[in-house]
Ligand binder design. Structure first.
Ligand code: IMP
Ligand code: MG
Length: 177
């Protein structure tokens, strides 16, 4: 385990089971619908690529670059970088690493509906329900985590730790220096 990690929240093995379960459910629920997967960069990268290995229906994928965090705090202001993908008439499955306040996915969901998406379904690897400030419920959730700052498997602290193969709680002394 990395020295900056206090404890492992979701092990590599648990992540494998989660992505398999979610990919299989999505394939069943979206059979015949040709959904468009949109991943929110950069946190979605390991999760989305592993998830799609278990999606066995016709689908396409796009990415959007979105940010709202400064260190371990949500700034409350969601920034979308670049063009919105063409979603006109599409059934979109929005992929993110973690749902916390809900502001990011809520803003992106609204944007996609404004751009003509037929439906927007949310799929997150992790949910931190205690952090919620906007009313948003994901259709697919890998696992629940308490209100602690976690990193790894795409999740970062100031861009670091995304490459850890597991998800762990960051030691407070790392960000409270
Ligand atoms: P929300 O807009 O507050 O729901 O935050 C969602 C985004 O905040 C995620 O896509 C992450 O980038 C980031 N985030 C929220 N909680 C954590 C965490 O515990 N670790 C790392 N990033 C987090
Ligand atoms: Mg993110």
């Amino acid at each position: 385990m990395h020295d900056d990690i206090k404890k492992i929240s979701v092990s590599e093995q648990e992540i494998k089971e989660i992505v398999k379960r979610l990919g299989t459910s999505i394939s069943k629920d979206f059979a015949g619908k040709k959904p468009l997967f949109i991943g929110l960069l950069k946190g979605c990268i390991p999760f989305m690529s592993d998830l799609l290995k278990y999606v066995d229906i016709e689908c396409t994928m796009e990415y959007m670059k979105v940010s709202s965090y400064d260190g371990t705090k949500s700034t409350g202001c969601v920034k979308v970088d670049g063009k919105t993908p063409d979603v006109l008439g599409r059934e979109v499955i929005l992929i993110d690493d973690i749902l916390d306040t809900g502001r990011t996915l809520d803003s992106v969901k609204k944007l996609l509906f404004e751009a003509g998406a037929k439906s927007v379904t949310i799929c997150v690897l992790l949910d931190k329900p205690e952090g919620r400030v906007v009313d948003i419920t994901p259709a697919y959730v890998g696992g629940l985590v308490p209100n602690e700052f976690v990193v790894g498997y795409g999740l970062d602290y100031n861009e670091i730790y995304r490459n850890l193969p597991y998800i762990g709680v960051l030691k407070e002394e790392v960000y409270k220096k």
